[in-house]
Design a binder for this molecule. Structure first.
Ligand SMILES: Cc1cc2nc3c(=O)[nH]c(=O)nc-3n(C[C@H](O)[C@H](O)[C@H](O)COP(=O)(O)OP(=O)(O)OC[C@H]3O[C@@H](n4cnc5c(N)ncnc54)[C@H](O)[C@@H]3O)c2cc1C
Length: 465
């Protein structure tokens, strides 16, 4: 007696699709990724992932998951030019001063998004013999039979599978097509940010900052602009400026340089001033952070789930999308292991788990987004109070290595946000914020009153220079 072979189809060979295929390859006999683009042989931007031309930071959580699934990927990336960065050497200017050096406990890697995707794809195909990618293949729609997605239609031809995972990104059409088949469309939370990115690539010289990553944030309540400068392969800096609510980085290279001079710290402007050839400014716009609440669906077909940006696409400045996709893929693996790939209870079980892993980055991002008073949309409860406390946290990051370290851990999804709100941490934050060189004139206590259960308000380490 032969058991029928199990087959999963993953739509989209971007980061969500690749990590999903990796996870599913442990649970099904065969995984096929269907990708609309023709995939390049070398790292290169492609039509289906236009955001690939802009700064992409891989948070520590995402790095940890990728390292686990693809042993050796870090070395592979470094061999190909990715730049290792010690978080303690990051130049990070926010809330009016530079953050004190904070060790993250791991080394981060800086590279372009096409290099990362190329490395993940290469490792996947090398290490998982039961995964195949068919590129230049556009999925037209899901095939539905008896309340179940049984495959997809491609060029009029049916491709059948036990499970279809839609990783086709923020603009997926499949949920609308399922609505046409009688299934409800998920509720959508959209937070209006009107984000505009402008990116320039410029040569990186030895006399510039030595391999450091730079982040420079303008005050959300004032000139809310952000500049990042990432050292990437090919001895280049990738300089990205973000602006919000109608403010846009200029497309003229000289004006772009001028706008970097309006950032609260000089590092990026200094490098651009040292650049002779005016490289073009590439742009991208994102009107909203968007979350589809698939976990609230009353009815859903068996044999189908969405994952990645199709579920949640965040304000890009927090660098959460790829790590969130990896966390969701991990959650899918757990759900498949528990319920089986073809089980009708799989989609609901997965959506329940994925909602939990998406919740943290979604709330972190939404909270920070609402620090800008022009942000619109559903404001999570308690956001204003949290933001008043976060303001203190950011000030404390100027002087307290412990607060800075914990903040970096939270931002990298390695620690829960609540870890910044323990009584000891609140006491530490309030003390350190008072020492910030950028301390606001207002002395009102914005945080909940610290309750120190040990009875000792421990002092921070000495102030770093
Ligand atoms: C400007 C910008 C900057 C960002 N910066 C960061 C960052 O710093 N760090 C971070 O972690 N994240 C960042 N992100 C988010 C990150 O790009 C995504 O989270 C990540 O790519 C995962 O998305 P995804 O795989 O779900 O979808 P996508 O990346 O959108 O990929 C969808 C894939 O599906 C394919 N496809 C679409 N339709 C079909 C179809 N019908 N048939 C077959 N294939 C199809 C597309 O060609 C594409 O390959 C940023 C996003 C933007 C917009």
């Amino acid at each position: 007696v032969t058991t029928p072979r199990t087959h999963a189809i993953v739509i989209g060979a971007s980061i969500a699709g690749l990590v999903t295929a990796r996870v599913l390859s442990e649970h099904v006999d065969e995984v096929t990724i269907l990708e609309r683009d023709r995939l390049p042989q070398e790292p290169a931007t492609r039509r289906g992932v236009p955001q690939g031309r802009h700064a992409h930071v891989l948070l520590a959580k995402g790095r940890q998951l990728l390292d686990g699934w693809f042993p050796g990927i870090g070395d592979d990336l470094i061999d190909r030019g990715a730049v290792p960065i010690d978080a303690a050497r990051m130049v990070w200017h926010q809330a009016g001063a530079h953050r004190t050096p904070a060790d993250l406990g791991t080394i981060s890697l800086c590279m372009t998004r096409p290099l990362l995707e190329d490395a993940v794809r290469g490792q996947l195909l090398q290490q998982r013999a039961n995964v195949a990618i068919a590129d230049g293949v556009s999925v037209e729609r899901p095939l539905v039979e008896d309340e179940r997605v049984v495959g997809v239609l491609v060029d009029g031809v049916e491709r059948r599978a036990d499970l279809v995972v839609d990783c086709s990104g923020r603009n997926t059409r499949l949920l609308a097509q399922l609505e046409d088949e009688g299934f409800p469309y998920p509720e959508v939370s959209a937070i209006g940010i009107e984000m505009a990115y402008g990116t320039r690539m410029v040569p990186r010289h030895d006399h510039h900052l030595d391999g450091d990553l730079v982040v420079s944030y303008g005050d959300p309540a004032g000139a809310h602009r952000l500049g990042t400068m990432l050292p990437v392969e090919g001895d280049q800096w990738m300089i990205t400026c973000a602006a919000f609510h109608g403010d846009r980085p200029p497309t003229d290279p000289t004006e772009f340089e001028a706008i970097t001079a309006t950032l609260p710290s000089r590092e990026i402007a200094d490098v651009l001033a040292d650049t002779v050839v005016p490289s073009p400014v590439l742009t991208h716009r994102m009107p909203t952070s968007q979350r589809r609440h698939v976990e609230r669906l009353a009815r859903m077909p068996a044999g189908f789930v969405v994952l990645g940006d199709a579920i949640c696409s965040f304000n890009a400045v927090y660098g959460q999308g790829m790590s969130s996709a990896a966390l969701q893929a991990e959650a899918l693996g757990r759900s498949v292991q528990r319920h089986g790939v073809a089980s009708p209870s799989l989609p609901r079980a997965f959506y329940r788990r994925s909602a939990k892993v998406v919740d943290v980055p979604w709330k972190l991002a939404a909270t920070s987004d609402f620090a800008d008073p022009r942000t619109t949309g559903p404001k999570p409860m308690g956001t204003d109070l949290t933001n008043r406390y976060l303001e203190k946290v950011l000030l404390a990051c100027h002087t307290s290595p412990r607060v800075a370290r914990q903040t970096v851990q939270v931002q990298n999804l390695m620690a829960r946000p609540e870890s910044l709100m323990t009584p000891t941490m609140i006491a530490r934050v309030l003390l350190a914020a008072r020492r910030s060189p950028a301390r606001r004139a207002s002395t009102e206590t914005a945080a909940p009153a610290p309750v120190d259960r040990s009875g000792v308000l421990s002092r921070d380490e000495p102030v770093a220079a």
